[in-house]
Design a protein. Sequence first.
Length: 139
Amino acid sequence: MIELDNRTSLQIEEPLLNTIADTLTDREIELIITTNDEIQEINAAHRGIDKPTDVLSFPYEDMPMTPLGSIVISQEFVESKAKELGHTQQDESALLFIHGLLHLLGFDHEVDSGEMREEEKRVIEEFNLPKSLIVRTEG
């Protein structure tokens, strides 16, 4: 189940995101939709990178009854990437949500041998989403 905190005017297709989440975990997920300014502050504070980004993930400590973690998505990145790549903002939101959720589940494309990309591809294909995330994260 997703606990949505939408701090923007971006429309979020919660039923789709809940269905995606339910296929991967039975734990609650906090989803925050925010601005580039706020995600830049979060990125600087937690990762030491003082620039906006598309999605951030913050896993919680694995304890009984706790949520899996938080996913933070930038409204501006959703809007610009959807326009640039020719698909809907809902599709882009779902793609970024999948990416963030896999990080919460322990996948890390920066150090693995392609397992995260393979799982992204599988989920994207299962939900018939645009392949743009696969294409732009390869290589």
